[in-house]
Write a protein that binds this ligand. Structure first.
Ligand code: EPZ
Length: 430
């Protein structure tokens, strides 16, 4: 199993190119199930989750052709992948596959819309919270689907003439359930109005791609989305949006170590709340033609309180990284997690590096310390593991992060991107 060894203390200086967004690429790939034509996605990141979804889609009959990759001067590269699902080969998404990646549950939407039926395993447990699927079931029921849970599987069936457009308001904002509703309603009969929809930029990216495929979606990016159903969707070519979480993560890494980095091939508009928090922490963040420039030269890190919230609030997917940054602040900060009840697995690992954090229900109190000291630590989930990397970059001595497969799910070539900017980060395969 791979480990990452970090020798802390170096400032970051240089350029970090951002990859395509994992959380946009996954639903976009799933949308290929909606058409018998080819959906071509550009800027697909090379990540373990993407490879896993390729296997899952293959099981449903999606043929995947990778167009090689283009290496750019600044070290970035992008892949174009063609997805073609002439016919749905299997409407079952088995437990062995769905349990490995929750987002694969989302195939339920397109399978139901195109084939009229789906049998999808319930995803099971998760390290960051209970993560139920009730919102998916209720919203698809609103489109006329019959849902039954049997032996760990959701058996879903559309009415004879197909799903029927409806007005449905989510009782709670859900990114995944909004994605699924968009895909299912695109092929439903009549108009669907989704209330309290997620407003995340990845929702907008999916809606853009579906519209390029012939769907009629308006209002994506606001909390009310209208989908006029069409009888079929065609192929399209779409570029996956930049990864806003990766962008914010590297911005926090620079704020942590000090230095001067341009983060390129990204869009600051997608992460204003997080960038504002980084600014308040003492880093200078400016917009460039290609993305953002983050600098912290000499000044310390100020304590900043944040509360996670659905977009446009502070993202839960950057909570662990921000906590990593706050461990070195000059005072006391509080971080409240409102999305996932158990997303604090990094607290005990950060403590191994010398961080002073106490947890009270969903709020962490972080008392900044003047120095962290390297130690062996364990990655527990994707974002938690990168918070350990951020802390390790500023810690004295050596930090070894084990269970790196968590990082590989969502950060493309992390050690290479950091090394190019002067960090001492090395991957070791045992
Ligand atoms: C997406 O997960 C992201 N995953 C997550 O990123 C992200 O943390 C999350 O949105 C919130 O921003 C992908 O895009 C692949 P939700 P999702 O449904 O869609 C509850 C990462 O690190 N809920 O918006 O699964 C749920 O338990 C990952 O990249 C229900 O109660 O999240 C949570 O408390 C981790 N019932 C809240 O809603 C349901 O049926 C928001 O979850 C569905 C969700």
């Amino acid at each position: 199993m791979d480990r990452i060894i970090i020798k802390g203390g170096n400032e970051l200086r240089g350029i970090i190119p951002i990859s395509g967004a994992k959380n946009a690429a996954l639903p976009l790939m799933i949308a290929s199930l909606l058409t018998s034509d080819t959906l071509t996605l550009e800027n697909v990141p090379h990540l373990a989750d993407v490879e896993q979804l390729v296997r899952i889609l293959g099981n449903h009959g999606v043929d995947v052709a990778v167009n090689g990759r283009r290496e750019n001067q600044d070290g970035s590269y992008a892949r174009t992948i063609h997805f073609t699902c002439r016919t749905i080969a299997d409407v079952t998404a088995p437990y062995e596959l769905v349990s490995k990646m929750r987002a694969s549950f989302w195939v339920i939407g397109p399978l139901l819309a195109r084939e009229g039926q789906a049998r999808v395993s319930l995803p099971g447990g998760c390290a960051i919270g209970t993560r139920p699927v009730d919102l998916f079931l209720e919203s698809l029921k609103a489109l006329g689907a019959e849902m039954e849970i049997d032996a760990g599987y959701v058996n879903a069936r559309a009415p004879k003439g197909g799903l029927v457009g409806a007005r449905y308001t989510f009782p709670k904002v859900s990114v995944g359930a909004t994605h699924v509703m968009l895909m299912a309603a695109s092929l439903a009969n009549g108009t669907t109005v989704i209330g309290n929809a997620a407003r995340e930029p990845e929702i907008v990216d999916l809606a853009k791609c579906l519209n390029a495929m012939g769907a009629k979606i308006t209002g994506a990016g606001t909390s009310t989305i209208t989908v006029e159903g069409v009888t079929s969707l065609a192929g399209a070519r779409h570029r996956v949006m930049p990864d806003r979480i990766e962008t914010g993560t590297y911005a926090m890494a620079v704020a942590m170590t000090g230095g001067d980095v341009e983060i390129t091939e990204t869009d600051p508009a997608f992460l204003e709340t997080a960038l504002e928090a980084i600014r308040r922490a003492g880093a200078e963040v400016t917009t460039t033609e290609r993305g953002i420039r983050v600098r912290r030269n000499g000044g310390g890190i100020s304590p900043v309180d944040v509360v996670t919230d659905p977009y446009p609030g502070f993202p839960t997917d950057m909570q662990a990284q921000f906590m990593g940054l706050m461990t070195r602040s000059s005072g006391v900060s509080h971080i409240t997690e409102t999305i996932f009840e158990n997303r604090f697995m990094h607290v005990q690992e950060l403590a191994r590096l010398g961080a002073k954090i106490t947890l009270n229900d969903r709020t962490a109190r972080i008392e900044g310390v003047p120095r962290l000291k390297g130690a062996p630590v364990m990655a527990t989930d994707l974002r938690a593991s990168v918070s350990l990397v951020i802390a390790g970059l500023a810690a004295e001595g050596e930090t070894t992060v084990s269970r790196v497969y968590h990082l590989d799910r969502g950060f493309e070539r992390l050690e290479e991107k950091l090394t190019r900017c002067g960090a001492q980060v090395e991957r070791v395969t045992d």
